[in-house]
Design a protein around this ligand. Structure first.
Ligand code: F0G
Length: 432
């Protein structure tokens, strides 16, 4: 298919070559998206994609590049570095369904990715684009997962990477990954939104290629989360796809994927998107409720640090995707996130705090009658349970506090017990 960069603003619509290293429209400053044009044979491609699962070639094994016909990298195979991203499972979770007020729920668990989050789906494309452009130095601002993913893919590709993170505000699991994968790691004394503005200003001076989710090629890669999900469901769209919202890149990617799949004849029905934000970092929720002007939150607060973002850059795209899928936006409290997370854990599945916002949001949406119990719901768990072990330990031992210092109840707490080295004492404790 033919691919171009197009300004997302309808009144502008400027087009640029996909080989230009730009992140915003040079004419109006709007967001950019990759525009694919041309037709495909959907039934034939469905067969090809299924066949590729049996193949040992790296590109076919990747749950991103398997779907390369819908990505803007035709003829660019040599630019691709794959860590076998994607291929994430759909998991049934009856206990979570009951908690969420549903007859059934399926989790699409992106924490099974090589660096433990959905960012890998997009990053393999972002790094392929850096390679195509001949850029040797990449950078991102991150609440943790983007930096872990970028560090890994950049190193695998032999590129230098610079990570900018809010000092003291990302989990150790994620910081550790950036260090281990070899990124130059700068902990800036500012929040995510402030650092993003800083790095956008620095990009030219330092000759870096920016791999934040404003980069439209990352969004293209994240489309494959939805494409793979539908492939795994034999192209039967669910009623709802639920996901957490931070910088709103992922909802933009999901909506774009669904629009393209519908237009190209892969699916006949549009699922509805539900975006869940944390109460202390919910500017998109507020905006969709009021539909006045978009107001950022100057000092976002949540223990779900992955989505601690007050000024999400992709909100115009996210608004479009929520509108075109008849979607909804909900917000949830710190207690609701913590309890939902423990329930996902009890299903034997587990996820990081931001991901659990999905189940907490579903519980609210079923109680409000927005989602019906018998509807077919897929919730996307965006990050692995081991990303933030500190949060888990505090919750289960009753030490977790919200950002205002108020205690979070260990509703489903599971305290470890210290025992003496004495078999009789251990039997007494376990059989009490
Ligand atoms: N869940 C997790 C685990 C995340 O890491 C993020 C974003 C989101 C949800 C929200 O996705 O921004 O596309 O709406 N993390 C980014 C990062 C911001 O830097 O790792 P979004």
């Amino acid at each position: 298919m033919l691919a171009e960069l197009a300004c997302f603003e309808h009144h502008c619509g400027e087009r640029h070559s996909i080989t230009e290293a730009i992140y915003n429209c040079p004419k109006c400053g709007g967001l950019l998206e990759v525009r694919l044009s041309g037709a495909v044979d959907a039934p034939a491609l469905k067969e090809t994609w299924r066949e590729r699962r049996k193949c040992n070639q790296a590109l076919d094994q990747s749950g991103v590049w398997r779907y390369r016909e819908l990505l803007p990298f035709e003829g660019q195979e040599a630019s691709v570095v794959s860590l076998r991203e994607g291929n994430t499972p759909l998991l049934d979770a009856p206990r979570a369904a009951e908690y969420g007020g549903l007859d059934r729920i399926t989790f699409k668990h992106q924490g099974f990715n090589p660096t433990g989050s959905f960012k890998d789906n997009g990053m393999t494309c972002g790094v392929a684009q850096a390679n195509r452009l001949g850029r040797k130095r990449v950078a991102c601002v991150s609440t943790g997962n983007t930096s872990a993913s970028m560090a890994a893919y950049a190193s695998a590709a032999g590129l230098d990477s610079i990570v900018f993170i809010p000092h003291g505000n990302i989990s150790y699991g994620k910081l550790a990954q950036a260090l281990e994968y070899g990124a130059r790691t700068l902990q800036v004394e500012a929040n995510f939104d402030q650092i993003l503005a800083l790095v956008r200003a620095l990009a030219k001076r330092l000759g870096i290629y920016l791999l934040n989710s404003i980069n439209p090629f990352r969004i293209e890669g994240q489309k494959t989360i939805v494409i793979e999900m539908l492939d795994q469901r034999d192209w039967n769209p669910p009623d709802w796809i639920v996901l957490p919202g931070g910088n709103l890149g992922n909802v933009s990617a999901f909506g774009k994927a669904l629009r393209e799949l519908l237009e190209l004849g892969f699916i006949r029905k549009m699922p509805r998107l539900a975006v869940i934000q944390a109460e202390g970092a919910a500017p998109f929720y507020d905006f969709v409720r009021t539909r006045h002007e978009f107001r950022s939150v100057a000092d976002p607060k949540t223990l779900a640090t992955a989505i601690k973002i007050g000024d999400p850059v992709s909100w115009p795209k996210a608004l479009h995707e929520i509108t075109s899928t008849d979607g909804v936006v909900e917000k949830v409290s710190e207690q609701e996130i913590a309890d939902a997370k423990a329930i996902v854990g009890r299903c034997g599945i587990g996820c990081e705090p931001a991901s659990a916002a999905t189940l907490a949001g579903i519980r609210k949406l079923t109680r409000a009658g927005v989602v019906r119990a018998d509807e077919d719901v897929v919730a996307v768990l965006t990050g692995n349970v081991l990303k933030d072990p500190d949060y888990i330990y505090r919750y289960h031992t009753g030490q977790l506090q919200d950002p205002e210092g108020r205690p979070i109840s260990a509703t489903f707490g599971n305290r470890p017990v210290v025992v003496p080295n004495d078999p009789d004492a251990i039997v007494r404790i376990l059989e009490a």
